[in-house]
Write a protein that binds this ligand. Structure first.
Ligand code: HAM
Length: 432
């Protein structure tokens, strides 16, 4: 262990190292996410972690908190303004437009797993580097697609043994509706200007919608008191009703939340959040919605699109709270049941090393000790990690051209010729 005084480097605030039992939870959740996404017809995509900063100001919105306060932006060596991606939707739409998939694909159904970066104040469930599972369907305006995405999100949460998620839903209308709603809201809030926080006072003129997701309690209370309602044209209302009917038809309960607008500018029509009581103040496990103008805003043709993202740290937090701490790492590691190859003296180490390699080539998990520990200590570790077999190399074996196989479960030992060792082990344990 290094003492505090010596420790020069630590992970940055709001970032973390994942290992041991935690990494197994991560890989399990990611595997289930991939399984469920594939079942719904979504394929995986990976996009760069860095993008032109403008991509996000144009899509997420240059007056949003994400872009104004939270985005990590830096000038690269060529003086270009680069952002660490704060979210994934803009990148996926950029990729869709860049590769002109609208020419060849009717509907692109993509999912992506990876880190996002936001310079927020770290707290439980809020990190500066966090991970999202993002799911996006680009190329259709149908309301059933919104319901499919919500069904996917709920199925995935169930697959991760997360129960009691609340699905909250709204429809913020099309762009014209949003303009009408903004004008009405501006009028309503202007007479209460003094009660708004400084940011919201600025938002009144720049982007009044953003006052609806202000995190300050006083602004939230004011919005509640004023009974703000959003305008919806007939088509958007019809879309909303169709989404509600589809959810009912497949048995997914949802709650309508008439003032939910979400903190990103690209949304049109459907918006939703998946909330969980376990998370307390940061109760959104995930969120999403429709963004019918974004493809066009980023230089593509008019194509509808819809999607959502789950926060994986939050998902894991809820999973752990509901299920208890995951099993210890070493027990999980046992599943591979590594054969332990034990060199009993320096002279046999290289030979043991060769056998470890041969076993691995034969598809058998095998490990050896590199610390020069005693036979007793090595056997103790082999036991602890659940090794089915130990292979002992010592002076006596070397002299006889054999090795000793020790069956760990009952302690019995057999001598096998050196040349037969892989076959003998294969016969006992089979491939890992
Ligand atoms: P978002 O609401 O900004 O939406 O983020 C989605 C989820 O990411 C949140 O519900 C939360 O679980 C997680 N999350 C966000 N910020 C943090 C943080 N600092 N620490 C930990 N977890 C966090 C989006 O990003 C949209 N791109 C979602 C979307 C996809 N809409 C359409 N398609």
């Amino acid at each position: 262990m290094v003492s505090d005084a010596q420790m020069e480097f630590r992970a940055l605030r709001g970032t973390e190292d994942v290992f041991g039992a935690a990494i197994q939870e991560w890989t399990l959740v990611e595997a289930r996410a991939r399984q469920v996404a594939h079942r719904f017809g979504y394929t995986e995509v990976r996009t760069p972690l860095i993008e032109e900063a403008q991509l996000f100001s144009r899509s997420v919105g240059d007056t949003t908190d994400i872009v104004q306060k939270e985005m990590y932006v830096f000038a690269d060596r060529g003086g270009r303004s680069i952002a660490l991606r704060p979210e994934g939707t803009a990148s996926l739409v950029r990729a869709y437009v860049e590769h002109e998939l609208f020419k060849t694909e009717g509907l692109v159904k993509w999912f992506s797993i990876g880190p996002m970066f936001r310079a927020e104040r770290p707290q439980a469930g809020r990190r500066r580097q966090f991970h999202q599972l993002g799911v996006e369907a680009i190329g259709a305006t149908h309301p059933l697609l919104d319901a499919e995405l919500m069904a996917l999100a709920m199925t995935l949460l169930q697959a991760c043994e997360i129960t009691n998620t609340r699905l909250c839903l709204n429809n913020v209308g099309c762009r014209q509706d949003r303009e009408r709603s903004s004008a009405a809201l501006r009028q309503q809030l202007t007479s209460h200007r003094a009660e708004l926080c400084k940011d919201c006072q600025a938002r009144l003129t720049r982007n009044v919608f953003r006052t609806l997701d202000c995190k300050r309690e006083s602004c939230r209370r004011l919005v509640q008191r004023l009974h703000v309602t959003l305008t919806r044209c007939a088509e958007c209302e019809q879309h909303h009703q169709a989404v509600l009917a589809a959810l009912r038809a497949i048995g997914i309960a949802c709650e309508e939340d008439a003032t939910m607008v979400r903190g990103l500018d690209y949304y049109t029509k459907t918006v939703f959040e998946l909330r969980h009581a376990v998370l307390g103040a940061q109760d959104a496990l995930g969120a999403g919605g429709r963004y019918d103008n974004l493809v066009q805003d980023l230089g593509g043709p008019a194509r509808g699109a819809s999607g959502f993202a789950l926060g994986l740290e939050r998902l894991l937090l809820v999973r752990q709270t509901l299920r208890g701490k995951p099993a210890a790492a070493s027990q999980e590691w046992n599943r591979h049941r590594h054969v332990a190859v034990l060199a009993l003296d320096d002279a046999t180490q290289q030979e043991a090393f060769c056998v470890v390699q041969q076993l691995r080539h034969a598809g058998i998990a095998a490990t050896m000790d590199f610390a020069g520990r005693s036979l007793k200590a090595q056997l103790r570790s082999a036991n602890k990690t659940g090794a089915p077999l130990a292979v002992l190399f010592g002076a006596q074996e070397r002299a006889q051209g054999t090795v000793t196989l020790k069956i760990m479960t009952d302690g019995t030992q057999v001598e096998v010729p050196r040349a037969e060792v892989v076959r003998a082990i294969q016969a006992r344990v089979g491939p890992s």
